[in-house]
Ligand binder design. Structure first.
Ligand code: GLY
Length: 292
């Protein structure tokens, strides 16, 4: 994690905590904290999102609260800075949970969410000369599907962003926002907008937000599995460790998780070499590290 990323995480934690301290809901704290990270361009979300192989940013996000189990999500949304706010609008302004693609983008524009170009400048679209070693099946398929160029990863060290929070009323919330992964086929969607996979929140068990390789997180339904274990009495640390161990041993997955229980116990755990993350309970300075 760079010093600038660490400063941004610190600022995001302070904004989220001060909202909670002034009586805001966990949902608002999660949305606003993630909004800072989306706006920064320093992480793989919002302004910093990865692009798909055709050079377009298609982003995913979801948010959920634990009192009424309300949830909202967007997938493959284009041209906006704050997919997390679009997800909250889906939750609060519609009777649906998930909107996708161009209609999701039109929905966000209707609510006048801040815009950004769908194709970021600085990502050169090149003819397909890159190494086959990275994702041969995906690249071969993309070449077969199109005569266009492709876009390579140019933004190493950026992760999906997420947050979990507990407010004064005892309600938990979770959210996540992402630009996906490297070398994605156009239209690829990961775990982040899928409730129960990338996020879950229930006041009976806790709230979970995931980062990592979405294909594996979906197959294990990681967020719901962690919440189910919390409900059965496991601590956040034990539940996180058990499910991420299952992810590795069963399907060779790679992920990191933020977990908070309704009594305030929490865990940050990853089976990747690093995960930039932090926490703050209002005392001292926020803790921000990239190994937990
Ligand atoms: N976890 C983010 C993604 O796989 O898209």
């Amino acid at each position: 994690m760079t010093a600038v990323q660490a400063d941004c995480l610190t600022a995001a934690l302070q904004i989220g905590y001060h909202l909670l301290d002034r009586g805001a809901s966990a949902l608002t704290a999660v949305e606003q904290t993630i909004g800072v990270l989306e706006q920064s361009g320093l992480f793989n979300a919002g302004r910093g999102s990865h692009v798909q192989l055709d050079g377009v940013r298609r982003m995913d996000a979801s948010i959920m609260e634990g009192q009424e189990l309300l949830a909202g999500a967007v997938a493959s949304i284009e041209g906006i800075v704050h997919p997390i706010s679009a997800a909250r609008l889906v939750m609060e302004q519609t009777s649906h949970v998930l909107l996708v693609g161009k209609p999701a983008s039109a929905f966000a524009r209707h609510f006048q969410l801040e815009r950004q170009p769908r194709r970021p400048s600085g990502h050169a679209v090149r003819k397909t000369t890159m190494t086959r070693a990275l994702a041969p099946k995906t690249l071969q398929l993309y070449r077969a599907m199109t005569s266009g160029g492709l876009v390579l990863r140019e933004r190493a060290g950026k992760e999906t962003v997420g947050a979990v929070a507990l407010d004064r009323t005892g309600t938990v919330a979770a959210g996540a926002s992402t630009g996906g992964i490297d070398l994605m086929l156009p239209g690829r969607v990961g775990d982040t907008p899928i409730i129960g996979c990338g996020v879950y929140a229930d006041n009976v068990s806790g709230a979970v937000s995931m980062t990592g390789l979405g294909e594996g997180i979906i197959r294990i339904a990681v967020a719901k599995d962690i919440c189910d274990r919390l409900e059965r009495g496991m601590s956040p640390a034990m539940a996180a460790r058990a499910v991420l161990r299952k992810l590795v041993t069963r399907i060779d997955g790679a992920a990191g998780t933020l977990v908070i229980a309704p009594d305030g116990r929490f865990a940050i755990h990853h089976v990747t070499p690093r995960m930039a993350a932090g926490w703050w309970d209002g005392k001292g300075r926020p803790v921000v590290k990239d190994r937990f």
